[in-house]
Design a binder for this molecule. Structure first.
Ligand SMILES: Cc1ncc(COP(=O)(O)O)c(C=O)c1O
Length: 400
């Protein structure tokens, strides 16, 4: 995408977001940080952080959450030393839960947002515990390591049908043309495969509840979220630090299994307790609220999607243009969050690694199951960081 096209998009989004909210965050600064050395982002950003998660968060989230640890809401107390039942923290929890539904467009549609602990990995078993009937059946799409982790847990609860898998091709694509059994209690999929760099662009229509692990692309693109009955996501990519897991669930799908569910694993108990069944992870929830506020002030998912598209287009165009590189995932299934790519000739590895490290890039090596490189371009990564990487790739070509 040309620079003028990107500026056009930014201009339009800026106008729109200024119209809706009075932003205290400068969208242009996010995208152009690096060109303008006076922006907060550039003054304090030490690295171009491509880490797959935990990962880069907006600079203002680091600053405000650091402040809250020192003195929360000018109370003379740290966020870390107040009761989770205090008025101030209850307000944080309420706003965070409401903002999740607002940003996803799910307000007033029968959904509840919960901030739990245990990571997305605990949801691998909470989902079947809460949704698979005694002697029931669930359907799973196997698109990578995390999907297969979810399948492994479901098998302890009942018949687990894997409707399709791309394992034989090292998960380099999203399977199509599969049938979901209509008598399954739910269908589970993973919207973005963090390790392999693939992303579901569409979701199957089915009459059974749809459960989606959105750990690595939630809040990054516009979707009709009401097509999902349960969404879960570890916070540590697009939402906040590690330590809390977001669960968004349509209440009407619960209480149908007939099985006893231990209290801490029971979504209904967490809903009744307004996500405070026990002491919640207060710091990750507060930092998540700050990230959600940042996103809202930016113009919401619609605005960030445009920036994410611009970043992904910039990098994938270079991967495809530069004869030294090739993408690891099938083109039509490429992820806008995690771009996986390889050097065609591995003998250039040492030089390339030296060059990107010298350019201030961090977190670029690929996962061991794919090799090569993985550029994770989560919401808070500025376009400028992608430009730096692309420049290094071009420089490598010039040197060879
Ligand atoms: C798509 C996906 N699902 C699940 C997980 C596991 O998350 P957690 O470490 O929070 O259990 C990850 C971690 O990267 C992930 O990317």
């Amino acid at each position: 995408m040309s620079t003028s096209k990107i500026s056009q998009i930014i201009g339009a989004e800026k106008e729109k977001s200024e119209h809706i909210h009075k932003p205290h965050f400068n969208l242009e600064a996010l995208v152009n940080s690096g060109k303008n050395t006076t922006t907060t982002q550039q003054q304090t950003m030490k690295k171009h952080n491509y880490s797959a998660g935990p990962c880069i968060l907006p600079q203002e989230v680091f600053e405000k959450s650091a402040q809250a640890i020192l003195d929360f809401n000018n109370s003379g107390l740290s966020l870390l030393e107040i009761s989770h039942r205090s008025k101030d923290f209850v307000a944080v929890m309420e706003e965070a839960r409401a903002l999740v539904l607002e940003l996803l467009g799910l307000e007033g549609k029968g959904y509840q947002a919960l901030f739990l602990a245990g990571g997305a990995s605990l949801e691998f078993l909470m989902v079947p515990y809460n949704l698979m009937k005694e002697n029931g059946k669930a359907a799973y799409l196997d698109t990578g390591t995390w999907a297969s982790g979810a399948i492994k847990e479901a098998k302890y609860f009942g018949e687990t049908v894997v409707v399709a898998s791309s394992k034989e091709q090292n998960y380099n694509h999203i399977p199509t043309n599969y049938t979901i059994p209509s008598d399954a209690n739910y269908f589970h999929c993973t919207s973005n495969n963090t390790i392999f760099g693939t992303q579901m662009k569409s979701f199957p229509d089915t009459n059974i509840p749809v459960v989606c692990d959105m750990s690595s692309d939630i809040f990054s693109r516009v979707l009709d979220f009401s097509k999902f009955d349960l969404i879960y996501a570890g916070a540590q990519k697009n939402m906040g630090p590690a330590g809390t897991t977001l669960v968004v669930v349509k209440e009407e799908i619960l209480s149908k299994t007939g099985r006893y569910i231990p209290s801490m694993l029971d979504y209904e108990k967490h809903i009744k307790a307004e996500s405070m069944y026990n002491t919640p992870p207060v710091f990750p929830i507060y930092a998540s609220l700050l990230t959600l506020q940042w996103l809202k002030n930016l113009g919401g998912i619609r605005a960030i999607e445009k920036i994410n598209n611009a970043k992904a287009n910039l990098l994938y165009s270079e991967i495809d243009r530069n004869p030294l590189f090739k993408g690891a995932a099938n083109v039509e299934d490429r992820s806008n969050m995690n771009a996986t790519f390889l050097l065609n000739d591995e003998s250039h590895t040492e030089l390339f690694d030296k060059m990107w490290k010298e350019a201030g890039i961090s977190g670029l090596p690929g996962h061991r199951s794919v090799g090569g490189y993985r550029a994770s371009m989560y919401n808070a990564l500025p376009l400028e960081s992608v430009q730096v990487l692309v420049n290094v790739m071009k420089e490598l070509e010039n040197k060879i």
